[in-house]
Design a protein around this ligand. Sequence first.
Ligand code: BMA
Length: 848
Amino acid sequence: MNFSSSPAAGVSRRQFLTTSAMATAAACVGGSMFARTASAAVNKRQILSLDGQWQASKAGTGDWISATVPGCIHTDLLAAGKILDPFYRDQEKDVQWIGETDWLFRRTFQVPPELLARKTVLLRCEGLDTLATISVNGQKMAETDNMFRSWEFDVKSLLHEGENKIEILIKSAANFTKKLEEKRNENRGVTGRAWLRKQPCQFGWDWAPTLITAGIWKSISLEAMDEARIDDVLILQDHSVKNRVTLTVELSALAVAKKPLCAKIAVSHERQAIDKAKVKLIDGEARCELTVKHPNLWWPNGMGEQPLYTVAVDLLDDDGRILDSVSKRIGLRTLGILNQAAGNPLRFEVNGVEFFAKGANWIPSDAFYNRVTAESLRRYVADAAAVNMNMLRFWGGGYYEEDALFDACDEMGICVWADFKFACASYPAFDAQFVDNVRHEARDNLKRLRHHPCIAVWCGNNEISLLVKDDWSVFSMGRDGYDYLFKEVLGDEVKTCSPQTSYVSGSPDCGDVHYWEVWWGARTFEAYRELSGFMSEFGYQSYPEPRTVHSYTNASNDRASTMSEVMKWHQRCPLGNDRIKNMIGNYFRTGKDFDNTLWVSQLVQAYGIKLGAEYWRQHMPKSMGCLFWQYNDCWPVASWASVDYYGRWKALHYAARHFYAPVMISGLEDIKNKTVDIYLTSDLGAPFKGNAEWLVSNLQGVTLDSGKIGVESPARHSQVVSTLKLDSLAQQHGENNLMLWLKLTQSDQVVSQNLVTFGRPKELELVDPKLQTHVKQTATGFRVIVSAEKPALWVWLNLGDLDARYSDNFVHLNAGHSVEINVTTKRQLALAEFKQALTVRSVYNTYS
Ligand code: BMA
């Protein structure tokens, strides 16, 4: 390999640790330690941030623009007005040169005398993207080659008092992979990316643009110290004794002086101190136990609360002065996969309770990572929790996500299935240097993230097991290489760094199923009903709503049809637009114009994913998980997402709230025999008791039959509560003229509702439902009551160019029925403005 982390190229953080002086153990005067910490912080490590304003230029040109760190060159060029928005129309084409260019970043910074007086000064780079050469004051000091690692270098000898200069050259990742492909005659495809530890989907994916970034993508700083700092904190939990959790805290310090060190460790919950300990470090390491009596356990969304505890660690010198402090927020729980015989479907368990995983697959939420904010991540997690999800799979072709995303998942009970970042390629497991690089990357990220209670499993890769052949080639990994990299290497790292977290080698390689026969194989949605198991990937594409499509198209040609050049450009899956069109043809009627075609595509997607998800929930425990592909988008595009790039919910996301409801009533129709099995499915931890009501109407809304029974369900269970025989009604009225309305109630409250038809939506001769709206302003927004004179399917509110969140949307209404929808608009509106913008439609209006 011609890039490297060879000794000459720099000293990694861990190399530094082994070569630096380790702390020697010595007596700590226990009694005085706690009393003196608060006042004295003289020797504390000192951080000088180098984030903020830098300059960037095409290497060798001297043509500088302003750059922002953390950031990337694309957003710097955009801010400088040097390029046009690559998301608009096909302007992505015009910025390909950026990925093929070497970029130089530089800045100056002032070093005060106190900083230089410190014993050690480290340059800490949290993330460099990717082939970086670092120079300080003109002296080249390190090369790095992995976007996913953090790096530290001792730079004290290179610094001087006053103004200093740092330069980071980022070599073109596109050129690197291209050269490799040419050299190896591998120019069929993008196999070169597998040699570079950089976000795979930047090289183009079937939902992603090709935007190969370069930059200092995470914080960079100088870190100075005289004695020591905390290097690592591992917290283990023992739940074996009832009503008590024992925490074992293992601590290691990076010591630069041979002085005695102590640590004070405390656990608290909602600012209440629970237990504490003081320990001395021996050879830079210490270990202690803390006890939490009557622990409040952490549960996934829908199963209980998410109480969080704080473990705070202070590193102290012999005089009790704080040298460094770290705190980790944890949740008390056991969480992971059930140990079971190979070949059985994957199953998850939390605190000894097996649960059905409900969720979706997460991809990077912006093609430019630096545009992702903690606030936007929190909103995505809240939107997942709002539709009753309890798990997201962070797919392997992106990057190891920021703590902010894991924090939000901790707080809202969204379990994380975390893939290591390997996807759909043949990785060079035979290259020792590559493997060593991967080991460091795994350690960095495991250590950074391991305390998060939301992490349910680490997973080696995405879909590489499907490529395994006998021998390694650029298109397929050899079995030996696969087992070595994904079972041995990554398995070892998880065992060492996060020993209480489950690990699986790959997906679908762990008792899970990626089922793509409906999308790629062009089968109809009913194919979902032919299989069971843990469904970790399946999905169908739709277009985003008109407002989002308008953001990347012009009004003249681009919106002439979904097959226009620009609509094809924002569709990265070969034949994707045809697939959408065909599935609309299979199930729905053609949208009467461009905008309605976009909406209908969303109805088809919601219809299909609901069909699968309900079926797998109905058949628990044969299936104990359903994660549809995919949750989000990284740019505005036609894709499998349920929430688009701008955070707008598609019909699928609204449907998810119902098909992932804690207690669900649903039907499974047998078209041949004209029967419907009514299922009661409960994820509740306690038995459920209520009433199941059904009503059969014709398409005019005339009631033909109805009934009601008392139903009961044990905890976490699914069963048929009744089988309706509708053959004589079908004979009398026509099977495509029947609608079965299902309702589950408890103490007169509606718990779940559903609709079953024998005919596909396109086969139903619906009449104009004559929708009416009645709007009231409320303290938080507006309440819209929508009523229908005749049966109305997929009734939805929309505000055109105004963003809003609807308490429900795309709902079915029987004749004479109404629904109340609360609307929260993004910006405040007057009642008149709201009424003017409001439209209400149903599927009938998409074609009539
Ligand atoms: C799965 C994923 C992705 C891909 C998606 C849609 O294979 O793992 O690689 O984007 O299908 O094709």
